[in-house]
Write a protein that binds this ligand. Structure first.
Ligand code: CMP
Length: 481
């Protein structure tokens, strides 16, 4: 069975420590003999040189032991901090600790072994040494201090996803050492960015605990309804794995493109490091949702439409549904099947987005509407504020007042959801009235009722004057019946 890496390291460390201690013990025991041997070899005049060599070897041995002690202290101290407080110290802090502790230890050992050498004087007087050291360590020190400022600033931490510089290296931060930031890219490569370079470059940070968002683009044919598309995609995306439940995805139109309507879906991730997988899953969910809802992706096509004047029932091929809808409208109940079909053929279909105005109060109007799909709200203005007087559903009609009397529109009518209406114009209605004069009477009752409703909502006394009989004669006069 393979031993864990940490056990191997410990065994190696203990072996190195034992070897170093043994070497030091032996050298100390035989130091006098070594000195005598050196003097003998180099001649009796060079006693001082032999002494220096022995002291230097002692310093090297003490340095090795010191280094091992500092490493042991480092592991003990930071390992203990992690055990007790769950604080995982960054590599840079560990490195700084090692450097400071070892330098202090080394200087103490140096002064102990070479009491006659004045260290302060050595450093201050040796200008050349300083220049050489400065030049040699220029980059290293730059990285070191940039690393310290990164640690102090903490713009990002291990585990965050960052994108660095013009080359846009993107990945998860693995380590911030005294020399470089190590990031693991999404293709599992390791990129090292020197701290001093990173300090100069713009860095995009997506912190680990933060709700980071992504945009995924898609498109549909122009014939597919935006309201339906937005609903379908939102529901499909919000259930995908790793999409945060805290924020509902946003689906919006980005552009009206050459080949279709371009959309974007913005969603928030729980784990940003998995954004590639999540983007792919989101696209997959959209594909399946489109398939179920009968929505089509747009692809580069050119469709040539030859527009021929013609009415709805012939043009759209779903005349059956329109005829069915109109025959279910109570005021058209007296019409024969042929008359309803004629009316359906004359009707023009319009689609309105949620919140769009179908009719604006005060506008002239010469057509009425039947709600084919969806819902509308009838609103009047009261003291400058909109007030709802009715909500009309599929099969209800509106806009008859202006059509039958020639007066301006009496109210605003707004689509409450994506709504399809069938518009019936003056000429088509006149044909219906010519063959069914009784229809005028039933319509005038409904109009009188609606006027009454308007009058009570708006305190408009002028609308009260329109009784059913008055409306009837107005319609007859207007249509020349
Ligand atoms: P018109 O005046 O042409 O345009 C606005 C339409 O709102 C109006 O015709 C009616 O069809 C409709 N409307 C007005 N008041 C009411 C009401 N109280 N109930 C239902 N519909 C109404």
């Amino acid at each position: 069975m393979a031993r864990p890496r940490s056990t191997n390291k410990l065994i190696l460390f203990l072996a190195a420590s034992a070897a170093a201690l043994l070497a030091a013990y032996l050298f100390w025991s035989f130091a006098a003999d070594v000195r005598a041997l050196l003097e003998h070899r180099m001649g009796s005049s060079s006693a001082a040189s032999a002494d220096t060599i022995v002291q230097v070897i002692k310093l090297v041995l003490v340095g090795i032991i010191g280094y091992l002690v500092v490493r042991a202290l480092n592991s003990l101290f930071f390992g203990l901090a992690f055990q007790l407080k769950r604080i995982d110290a960054p590599t840079l802090i560990r490195n700084i600790f090692t450097i400071v502790a070892f330098t202090t230890f080394f200087l103490i050992a140096f002064t102990w072994l070479f009491p006659d050498v004045k260290l302060g004087a050595l450093f201050t007087t040796s200008a050349i040494f300083g220049v050489i050291l400065g030049l040699a360590l220029q980059d290293t020190l730059g990285n070191f201090f940039a690393g310290i400022s990164l640690q102090a600033d903490r713009p990002f931490q291990v585990g965050d996803v960052i994108t660095v510089g013009a080359q846009r290296h993107t990945g998860v931060v693995d380590e911030i050492s005294w020399r470089a930031i190590k990031i693991r890219t999404f293709t599992n490569h390791v990129v090292l960015i020197a701290n001093s370079n990173a300090a100069k470059e713009p860095i995009e940070v997506c912190p680990r605990g933060n709700l980071n968002a992504r945009l995924v683009l898609f498109n549909t044919l122009y014939t597919d309804s935006p309201a339906k598309t937005i609903h379908v995609v939102r529901e499909a995306v919000r259930e995908a794995d790793n999409v945060s439940e805290k924020v509902t995805p946003i689906v919006r139109i980005r552009n009206l493109g050459d080949n279709g309507v371009d959309y974007e879906v913005k969603y928030w991730l729980e784990d940003y490091a998995k954004y590639n997988d999540t983007d792919a899953l989101v696209r997959q969910r959209i594909w399946y949702a489109f398939r179920r809802a009968g929505i089509n992706f747009a692809f580069p096509t050119r469709t040539l439409y030859v527009e021929r004047p013609g009415r709805l029932a012939q043009r759209d091929g779903d005349g059956g549904a329109v005829v069915e809808r109109l025959s279910a409208v109570d005021i058209f109940a007296p019409l024969s099947a042929d008359e309803t079909t004629l009316l359906a053929q004359a009707a023009v279909r319009h689609v309105f987005a949620p919140g769009e105005t179908v009719i604006r109060a005060g506008d002239p109007g010469s057509s009425m509407f039947v709600v084919h799909k969806g819902k509308v709200r009838v609103q009047v203005s009261e003291n400058g504020r909109p007030r709802t007087v009715a909500t009309l559903n599929e099969g209800d009609f509106f806009g008859e007042m202006a059509l039958f009397t020639g007066e301006p529109r009496t109210a605003n009518v707004l689509a409450l959801e994506e709504t399809e209406v069938l518009e019936i114009g003056h000429a088509a209605m006149k044909r219906v009235f010519d063959t069914n004069p009784d229809l005028v009477e039933s319509l005038s009752f409904i109009m009188a009722e609606r006027r009454q409703g308007l009058a009570s909502q708006t305190d408009d006394s002028s609308t009260n004057t329109h009784s059913s009989a008055g409306i009837l004669s107005a319609i007859k006069r207007f249509f020349g019946i």
